[in-house]
Design a protein around this ligand. Sequence first.
Ligand SMILES: Cc1cc2nc3c(=O)[nH]c(=O)nc-3n(C[C@H](O)[C@H](O)[C@H](O)COP(=O)(O)O)c2cc1C
Length: 138
Amino acid sequence: MLKTALRLPITNGKFPDGGVVLDPPVVLAPMAGITNSAFRLLCREQGAGLFVSEMVTARALTERNEETLRMIVPGEGETPRSVQLYSTNPIDMARAVAMIGSEDLADHIDMNFGCPVPKVTRKGGGAALPYKQISSQR
Ligand SMILES: Cc1cc2nc3c(=O)[nH]c(=O)nc-3n(C[C@H](O)[C@H](O)[C@H](O)COP(=O)(O)O)c2cc1C
């Protein structure tokens, strides 16, 4: 049994206490092709937690790609709304974060720094991002 609750600070003014307490401290990992709103609903029915969307690319979001916009629509009553962003370009990432904030598209943003899939790392994204940072510091 997990005993330590996790406090997730959210400063968009929508949460009276400045965030939410995840108790039990369970986070559904983002999974491309899996964690759509229907899957998140199934998980939410099992109890409180944070349920992250499927990964969307920052660029497609800022270009208002129809499918990307559809992928971040939260389920009914979903709170907090969490979206995972992927990008290899910090400017696209910053723009996507600003868009989510100004258009109130989510409460929480998860950034993909860990995906090991070759299709993603070949382009320098996911798990290759922290590696690039370390290499450039050498
Ligand atoms: C089918 C599948 C898709 C995944 N897609 C993503 C993704 O889009 N973004 C991401 O950060 N991680 C992705 N992951 C990794 C998961 O988020 C998670 O980190 C991984 O499954 C390890 O989970 P665990 O630590 O609970 O064992 C994916 C994993 C699976 C199995």
